[in-house]
Every structure is written in C-alpha cells, then in structure tokens.
Write a protein of this length. Structure first.
Length: 115
C-alpha cells in the first residue's frame, strides 16, 4: 500500500515532464504556402511582371478562348497546352528573374521576379 501512494505521484510527475518535453520539442507550424495568380487574357499575362518571395507558387489560368502555354525562357518550367479555364502552377525555389512566354504565341511574354 505504501508503494502505491508513492508510485501514483511519481507517475503523474513523469507524465507531466514528458508532456512538457514533447510540447517544447515539437516542430514549429509550417507557414501556409503562398499562391499568386496570373491570368492569361486578351493574349497577355496579367499582372506582368510579378514579384514574389522564395517558395511562392505561381498559378497561371487561361481565361482566353484559345489555347496558350507558359514556358520559361531557361526551360525551368513548361506547361502543357492550356485550354480555356485550365491552370498550370510552378513553385519557385530559387531567387532570380524568370522570363516566360507562350510557345504558341511567342509575342506573349511575362516575367516572374523572385526575391
């Protein structure tokens, strides 16, 4: 009987200590992923240029009635042919300036600046 009166407080103390340690060593919450929209309308990328932070996902959505693509000049990313209301996304993992264009309409150009 003497042992059980000591064991319960000791177990409760150990449980509290373990819970405190787990809380203090838990990973910090990951920030929400940032997404930035670019619309393809009237044979243009809008807005252009765009400046985003490292880790941002850019989502291009075709709002034209004709098919378009999104292709980076340095071949870092390339979308398939995007029909009306279809989207393509790319997450930028390095800083720099990334010009892009529509391979079906090369006069359509845009730029993403990643800081």
């Amino acid at each position: 009987m003497y042992r059980s009166r000591i064991a319960v407080p000791v177990l409760l103390g150990l449980t509290a200590l373990l819970a405190a340690h787990a809380a203090s060593s838990a990973r910090p919450a990951m920030p929400a992923r940032v997404r930035v929209a670019v619309s393809i309308e009237n044979y243009a990328f809008q807005p252009d240029p765009i400046t985003v932070s490292l880790g941002t996902t850019v989502v291009w959505t075709n709002r034209d009635e004709v098919t378009h693509t999104v292709v980076s000049a340095d071949k870092l990313f390339a979308s398939p042919a995007l029909e009306t209301n279809r989207s393509f996304e790319f997450t930028f993992s390095k800083a720099g300036t990334f010009p892009y264009f529509c391979s079906l309409h090369p006069e359509m150009k845009g730029k993403v600046i990643v800081k």
